[in-house]
Write a protein that binds this ligand. Structure first.
Ligand code: ADP
Length: 399
């Protein structure tokens, strides 16, 4: 079965075409600047190299149409005919409390996703546009929705209810949802496979450390706690997001600086985190370089970042009554040996011991803890697209 995986942002459309026979990647690409001057598609077919297509694309449907043309192009395409595509899997950010797993897209599911727009106003609308574009351009194939929030729907109530008046949960569904679920699910199941352990009988802390970052406590194959909350702002310090802070700071600053709700939201989401503390960049590479050159606030930003991850790991170990495996994944988790080391340092008391030599690796599946480490520490590159394609194949073949 050939599956196209679609991940739409407000002005972007990322895609992969996979042949699920052997899980081979046939083509991959990204459309950027949809609806903005300078729209372009970067396409790559496995074995045929890269192709840049610059052409105006006013919306996601036009973008998808350019992608489908590229996929079937005689010279640089991956398939001869669009009929070869059997199904589409869509990344959707927010499914609220409606779905705890991936689902076949139906009219009812589309309605449910529209209802979740309130919870993810920036993310769900482009995700929905992506689904509609496929429905219009490839009307004969089935679509499957794979949700960032779904994996965390197994969290017990005590992990998702906030200590504010209960009526706000009932009235507005204000609760912890958690995100990066597809990634946490993929890497934790993969870690069990790598170690030959029973996924349904182990305690895992999964650390997805990218631009956005979150941790998940996965006990016996189920997410029982996660650091992102009602929105992806809570939890860890991130590139530009604050993560946890005293909520009273908001009202204090809004009052002092005469800030609107939108301005305060911008500060917390776009000007805080590593960028806010260091004043240098939201990209860890820049901040690490500055720290090495002796920049004090860059060093401070990294230490605050690392400590926050460490605190969460230890608290999730406490919550689960122990931990067998700690996983690092995503941009920073996969590519930064010094950050992995700094995060694990100090956790020796609970049986975590990094092997500096093994840890000196980027982007490869590997055990990076020492032989004697009671807790195994693993680097597992995430692959959300493959997870989406697998779910899609499973759901569509069962029809
Ligand atoms: P997202 O998908 O959330 O946009 P990624 O998972 O791609 O983010 O992670 C991107 C981040 O990973 C970058 O901002 C950068 O800070 C970090 N990163 C990537 N490579 C390295 C590296 N070699 N060293 C340190 N940080 C890195």
């Amino acid at each position: 079965m050939k599956v196209i995986v679609i991940n739409c942002g407000s002005s972007s459309l990322k895609y992969q075409l996979l042949d699920m026979d052997g899980e081979a990647l046939l083509a991959i690409g990204i459309v950027e600047r949809i609806g903005i001057e300078g729209s372009q598609l970067k396409h790559e077919t496995t074995g045929k190299g890269k192709e840049l297509i610059v052409t105006p694309m006013k919306d996601h449907k036009e973008a998808l149409s350019v992608v489908l043309n590229a996929l079937t192009n005689e010279k640089y395409g991956a398939i001869k005919d669009l009929n070869e595509i059997d199904a589409a899997g869509h990344r959707v950010v927010h499914a609220g409390e409606k779905f705890s797993g991936s689902v076949l897209i139906t009219d009812e599911v589309m309605e449910a996703l529209e209802e979740c727009i309130d919870l993810a106003p920036l993310h769900n609308p482009p995700n929905i546009m992506g689904i509609k574009a496929i429905q219009e351009l490839l009307p004969n194939i089935k679509n499957v929705g794979v949700f960032d929030t779904a994996f965390h729907q197994t969290m017990p109530k005590e992990s998702y209810i906030y200590p504010i008046p209960y009526e706000y949960y009932e009235k507005y569904a204000v609760r912890r949802y958690g995100f990066h679920g597809t990634s946490h699910r993929y890497v934790s199941a993969r870690a069990a496979e790598m170690l030959g352990m029973d996924y349904n009988n182990m305690k895992i802390v999964s650390c997805h450390l990218g631009n956005g970052a979150s941790l998940a406590a996965v006990k016996n194959g189920k997410s029982v706690a996660t650091s992102m909350g009602f929105t992806p702002l809570e939890g860890l310090v991130m590139g530009t997001r604050s993560g946890d802070l005293d909520p009273a700071i908001l009202t204090f600053l809004m009052n002092k600086e005469n800030l609107s709700i939108q301005e305060m939201d911008d500060i917390l989401n776009k000007k805080s985190g590593i960028l806010g503390i260091s004043g240098i960049s939201s990209d860890f590479r820049d901040v690490e370089n500055a720290a090495e050159a002796g920049h004090e606030r860059a060093k401070l930003a990294l230490t605050i970042y690392q400590n926050r991850v460490k605190e969460y790991i230890a608290s999730y170990a406490a919550l689960m009554g122990g931990v067998d495996v700690i996983i690092f994944t995503a941009g920073l988790g996969e590519n930064s040996p010094p950050d992995r080391k700094a995060i694990c340092e100090g956790l020796e008391f609970m049986g975590v011991e990094i092997d500096s030599e093994a840890n000196n690796v980027r982007g490869k599946e590997r055990v990076v803890s020492s032989e004697n480490s009671k807790v195994k520490v693993l680097l597992v590159p995430t692959n959300e697209e493959l997870m989406i394609a697998r779910d899609t194949e499973e759901i569509v073949s069962a029809l």
